[in-house]
Design a protein around this ligand. Structure first.
Ligand code: SF4
Length: 361
């Protein structure tokens, strides 16, 4: 038996958010939310070709001189932490491990005051040889994208035979103390949706926290369909066959995942999370702000607008100017992703141009 708690969405759209209150220093939006969780995409490149993300041939990737360099990342992170109230920094991609200067980037952000919590979302390929150096540089914990523990399914989903390297990476992260390790899994109908129980069992046995993420319409092929997406309700129903899921009492504090304590044989075995981005939106308590690898602010994963910071930074803008641009960008944040049932009925949902591979989780 599972109880879904779901958080109500913010009402409606507005032509313009109105003037921003004077003197506000934090990253407040016109709906009253304050962003304290910064996601920084370090690259749009990846060494996997997941079917729900990008085509087999890949995408036209940004030239390296258009990407933020280590000192530019550190400077923008400093502005965010010192002047804008950011307390968590998550590095994402594409695949952030493809950045050769990742250890340097993390060390620079770990040296900031106040020190933010630093995490990484990765596919863990190549992590086996870098986990300790990343931990020594200041990385606190990681989220690993892993949709299956079967080599054949892994190949079918990612188009690469790299499962063993991912599993080695996860083990190395555990040895380096980058815990709790969170595993992010997307279920695809007819591909791995029958492996949910097995994947949870695999994570519970290793003390990893599994989170199932509803597939979102951010793929480069624009082939996402609402009807073929595996919903949170279906995921709960499949887990219910083998486990008892009880919503945790831990406050959610704007976190995307709804967490459940997992019981089997009357014993609590660990936790599982469900990120129901599409069917049970959590936008009303969103605390995220994002920087693309080209140094633009995205107020929302599904934004259709971005505000460039890298250009002004390279043109000599001061930290206070950069901070003000960032505040303005967040003030105009949309109420949510607009993926509610109504938008499908009226076909009003418009997928953003930038794909997930160039935004990061
Ligand atoms: S869709 Fe946008 S507003 Fe909603 S939770 Fe994600 S980033 Fe926040």
């Amino acid at each position: 038996m599972t109880i879904a708690l779901g958080i109500p969405t913010l009402a409606g759209k507005r032509a313009s958010p109105g003037p921003r209150p004077d003197g506000a220093t934090e990253l407040r939006d016109s709906w009253g939310r304050v962003a304290t969780d910064l996601r920084i995409s370090l690259t749009d490149r990846c060494n996997l070709r997941c079917t729900y993300c990008m085509p087999a041939e890949g995408l036209p990737f940004a030239p390296s001189d258009q990407l933020m360099q280590a000192d530019e990342i550190a400077r923008l992170a400093a502005v965010a932490v010192r002047d804008l109230g950011v307390r968590q920094v998550r590095f994402t991609g594409g695949e952030p491990l493809l950045r050769k200067d990742l250890v340097d980037v993390i060390a620079r952000v770990a040296a900031l005051g106040p020190r933010p919590e630093i995490s990484l979302t990765t596919n863990a390929i190549g992590l086996a040889s870098r986990a300790q150096a990343l931990a020594d540089a200041g990385l606190d914990r990681i989220n690993v994208s892993l949709d299956t523990v079967h080599a054949a399914t892994f190949l079918a989903v990612t188009r690469r035979p790299f499962l063993a390297r991912v599993l080695d990476g996860i083990d190395a992260a555990a040895r380096a103390g980058l815990t709790p390790i969170k595993i992010n899994a997307v279920l695809l109908r007819g591909v791995n949706d029958d492996q949910a129980v097995e994947l949870l069992e695999w994570c519970l046995a290793r003390g990893h926290q599994l989170r199932f993420i509803e597939q979102m319409p951010l793929d480069a092929d624009h082939s996402w369909e609402r009807d073929t997406m595996v919903t949170a309700a279906e995921i709960r129903a499949s887990l219910d066959e083998s486990f008892a899921l009880v919503p945790t009492t831990t406050p959610r504090d704007g976190a995307p995942a709804e967490l459940f304590d997992v019981y089997s044989g009357g014993e609590v075995r660990g936790q599982v999370g469900i990120i129901a981005s599409v069917t049970e939106s959590f936008c009303s308590d969103c605390r995220r702000t994002r920087l693309t690898s080209e140094g633009a602010v995205r107020s929302c994963l599904f934004s259709h607008a971005e505000v460039d910071l890298l250009g002004p930074l390279r043109a000599g803008a001061s930290d206070s100017t950069l901070a003000e641009l960032w505040r303005e960008a967040m003030w105009a944040k949309p109420s949510g992703h607009g993926l509610d049932a109504g938008s499908f009925a009226t076909d009003s949902f418009v997928q953003p141009e930038r794909t997930m591979s160039a935004i990061g989780g």
